[in-house]
Design a protein around this ligand. Structure first.
Ligand SMILES: *Cc1c(COP(=O)(O)O)cnc(C)c1O
Length: 843
């Protein structure tokens, strides 16, 4: 019922859109205007009630009032984009880690301060109210957050863009700890409806699947393929407006919800089989029910495959419908080439790859475009972003599953593959069966599999990695043959983050200082922050900068207390590792070093050392056992350390539960140290590293992903680099890595690992943490933790000494903020626009 209400309410608002446009555009809304709008929603949409906790009602009324303004702007943006006939970019991603929307939307419309005043008069703190909003966690980690930052930048830069995603009923699970173990609960982000969504029933679409293909000989000698689908799904789009910062544009994120094609089988219903009639509906709804939580390896489940196809097909059909709406039928041959001029489709990783096959099918089977033209269109329209080199994360789907669910799509894939092998591969490597087998879309073997990435690379006109080192490795190690075939296809676009969410909105104290120090709008042009270089040695500015860090640390200390019960001192170094839990990210390297510090402190209580608080935040995929054991071990070791009076509070360890965007926004402004310690060559880019550095945290990290580019920007004096390089890791692999050598030669490593076998951290239950020791030794330590340990410990010692010099540290922190301009996601988007999408601004 609540869905319906939001829906019809929005329809009435869009009708009145033209009247009050000027209010949203040029004159900022007054406090009185805002109060009135909020009061209106309290009275009419909320039906104001007297109850103990009025915060939820005020949050909702404020959000609805703001959304009125946003929807007006969305309508005028659409009109303008249509009139300008600007090319659109369609960003296809199975994940969007949006976080909360109220504060960011207010900041982006420059309405935050006035809304704050309006609510103060009503007796509420805006910052408190913002906490009421659901955190939209429709993604796992970096890949989904990147998509969210890109949408912010596209709207800010006035590009005509649409984000496409899945309207998951449940986003990423909620995490809590019970006796140190991760416990998962469903995320109910829209249990009572979301004020930001607009249901676009008129843009629903029907998606065929299963069934068989009939080949019919044509008079002209060709064959036509008719797919008799065995089942239909219905895609219902929900739009979330994406508000540009200080710009003309509001774009949309369109999320597809899956329903059964017809809500009821009426015959069954009339026959009295009421419950069975619901079965179809229930089965269809499972397709968009939940986000898959494994971000690094896919389970190969049929439902996931159907989810990817459902999403890709809805999005492609919608892209075509929007084009035909504006420019006329695609079946008209003069519009084929126009389609390529007006539409770009970006695939965020291989998850939406089936969109390629779906566009081919739509062009050939539905619009009667011949094969060569359809293929030419696909090659011009699609581009693909690669996010990982980890072999287990490269998507492969069984041919048998493909054939059963999408028989027509598989036939199209085979034909593309044949043409590729017989033309492109045969031309460069004639009579080379080995090369054919290596590059084929089909991996032969016990179970034949489709290599999704190969279809992407062959089709796309550009393939990009997400940081320079990653893109180099994509060329050298992942797709060297494709790079030989098409030397200009593989390219780089280094990731970025939006400074609106990750500084302006999340760190108001620092933002105010920057506003009063820097000329011009740094949140739009982040390179302006380099002006701070002039203040890096200025004692007064250093004090201001560090006083803000201290305030933020006090706020985080309170949060830590309320989340974990642990008391931490804001005078200690706040050392932060926040990211998904994965062996390649090496939270267990951090943990091993913590154990070492603890041992050193017990051995020498007078040890000279700055008090340190290690702060973790991470979710483990529910099926990833070792990741869960690392969480458990960290919690157990934290417990012991935090309650050990002998170390006089010099060391604290806290694992904050339920890491997500809104928690990141609290941790990042308070961080002194940013842990970016993946095995070199394993982290494609990282974006957490950028958020932390932007907020004045100093990085301790390996030469991996964007760390390399961060080091280049801030200079070697303002970052702590340690560990093996990519080349050294490769050399070690060639030579044969043996973790036992480090265990035997390094007494500290040996003592720490042996400690894990005792019951010291888990009283009464020896061996509870032995799995961690085993993952280093008998597990073979695939991510080379032991090889990097000493270098990591030494870097930490250097960091400790640097922190003792307050002025030196302040300078380092300031320079980190000053020199992050490159990592603005606006820059990433301009790189895509120039090298991949070829868009023009639409205002
Ligand atoms: C930025 C972000 C990430 C990505 O962090 P990395 O350190 O780059 O892996 C993951 N989760 C959330 C909630 C984020 O905000």
């Amino acid at each position: 019922m609540s869905d319906k209400r939001v829906c019809s309410y929005m329809v009435t608002k869009t009708k009145t859109s033209t009247k009050t446009q000027s209010a949203a555009k040029n004159q900022p809304m007054t406090v009185a205007d805002i109060s009135q709008r909020i009061a209106h929603h309290l009275q009419f949409t909320q039906g104001e009630q007297v109850c103990a906790d009025q915060k939820p009602a005020y949050w909702r009324a404020t959000s609805l009032a703001l959304n009125d303004i946003i929807v007006e702007k969305l309508q005028s943006t659409k009109t303008r984009q249509q009139q300008s006939e600007a090319k659109s970019v369609n960003y296809l991603s199975l994940e969007y880690l949006m976080g909360r929307l109220l504060a960011n939307n207010l900041h982006n419309l420059d309405l935050y301060k006035n809304t704050e005043k309006a609510l103060k008069d009503m007796g509420f703190e805006l910052a408190d109210l913002c906490e009421e909003g659901a955190d939209l966690a429709l993604g796992n980690g970096g890949l989904g957050r990147l998509a969210a930052c890109f949408l912010d930048s596209l709207a800010t830069l006035d590009y005509n863009a649409m984000g496409y995603g899945v309207h998951y009923q449940h986003g990423l699970f909620k995490q809590s700890f019970v006796d140190g173990h991760q416990v998962e609960a469903p995320d109910m982000w829209r249990e009572f409806g979301s004020p930001w969504e607009i249901c676009r029933l008129e843009s629903s679409c029907t998606i065929p699947l299963y069934g068989y293909v009939e080949e019919i000989a044509q008079a002209d000698g060709t064959t036509a393929s008719i797919w008799h689908a065995g089942k239909m799904l219905k895609g219902v789009p929900w739009d979330i407006p994406i508000v540009g910062y200080n710009s003309q544009t509001v774009n949309a994120l369109r999320l597809w919800e899956c329903r059964a094609d017809s809500a009821f089988d009426w015959e069954q219903f009339n026959n009295g089989d009421y419950l069975n009639a619901h079965q179809q509906q229930v089965a269809a709804e499972t397709v968009s029910k939940a986000l898959y939580p494994n971000d690094e390896h896919d389970a190969g489940k049929e439902l996931r495959f159907v989810q990817q196809y459902f999403f890709s097909a809805c999005s492609v059909q919608d892209i075509i419908a929007r084009f035909e709406n504006q420019y006329g039928a695609l079946a008209d041959s003069k519009n084929w080439s126009l389609f390529c001029d007006k539409v770009a489709i970006q695939l965020n990783d291989t998850h939406p790859t089936i969109a390629i096959l779906e566009l081919m099918r739509s062009l050939i089977d539905v619009r009667n475009i011949d094969w060569d033209n359809a293929w030419a269109i696909c090659q011009k329209v699609f581009a693909y972003t690669n996010h990982t080199l980890l072999p287990e994360a490269l998507e492969k789907w069984s041919v048998a599953l493909f054939e059963r669910v999408l028989p027509r799509h598989l036939a199209i894939l085979y034909r593309i593959n044949e043409a590729f092998l017989n033309n492109d591969v045969a031309a460069l490597w004639p009579n080379n069966d080995d090369m054919r087998a290596r590059l084929s879309f089909i991996e032969e073997g016990h179970e034949r599999k489709v290599r999704m990435a190969h279809l992407c690379v062959v089709t796309a006109h550009k393939v990009n990695g997400v940081a320079q080192i990653h893109s180099d490795l994509v060329k050298q190690d992942l797709f060297p043959e494709f790079n030989q075939l098409w030397p200009t296809k593989l390219t780089n676009v280094t990731n970025g983050i939006t400074p609106r969410r990750w500084l302006k909105a999340c760190n108001p104290l620092l933002s105010n200082l920057l506003d009063s120090t820097i000329k011009g709008d740094w949140a739009k042009d982040l390179n302006r922050l380099s002006e701070l270089e002039n203040f890096a040695d200025d004692e007064q500015f250093q004090q201001q900068f560090m006083a803000i860090k201290h305030q933020n640390k006090i706020a985080l200390s309170k949060e830590i207390k309320s989340l974990t019960g642990v008391t931490v001192s804001p005078d200690a170094i706040f050392d932060v590792q926040i990211k998904r839990l994965h062996e390649y990210k090496r939270q267990h390297l951090n943990l091993l070093h913590i154990i070492a510090l603890y041992r050193r402190l017990l051995a020498d209580p007078a040890l000279e050392m700055q008090p340190r608080v290690f702060i973790f935040g991470a979710k483990a995929a529910p099926g990833y056992q070792l990741a869960k054991e690392i969480i458990y071990a960290t919690n157990k070791i934290a417990d012991k350390i935090n309650n050990d009076v002998r170390i006089q509070n010099k060391l604290k360890v806290v694992f904050l539960p339920n890491y997500r965007v809104s928690l990141a926004e609290k941790i990042i402004p308070a961080a002194d140290v940013s842990e970016q310690i993946s095995t070199a060559g394993k982290e494609a880019s990282g974006t957490g590293n950028m958020k932390l550095a932007l907020n004045g945290a100093v990085t301790i990290g390996t030469l991996d992903g964007a760390n390399i580019e961060i080091a280049k920007e801030v200079g070697d004096d303002n970052i702590f680099i340690f560990g093996l390089t990519v080349d050294e890791v490769k050399a070690l692999d060639t030579q044969g890595y043996n973790p036992y050598e480090y265990y035997e030669k390094n007494a500290e490593i040996r003592a720490c690992l042996d400690w894990l076998d005792t019951d010291y951290f888990t009283p009464g239950v020896a061996g509870e943490l032995s799995s961690i020791k085993n993952c280093f030794l008998s597990g073979g330590d695939p991510y080379k933790v032991l090889a990097d340990f000493q270098s990591y410990a030494d870097a930490h010692q250097a960091l400790d000494i640097a922190y003792q010099n307050k002025k030196q540290w302040a300078k380092m922190a300031i320079l980190n903020t000053a020199l992050m301009g490159k990592f603005n996601s606006d820059r990433s988007i301009e790189d895509y626009v120039r090298n991949i999408w070829q868009l023009t601004v639409s205002n």
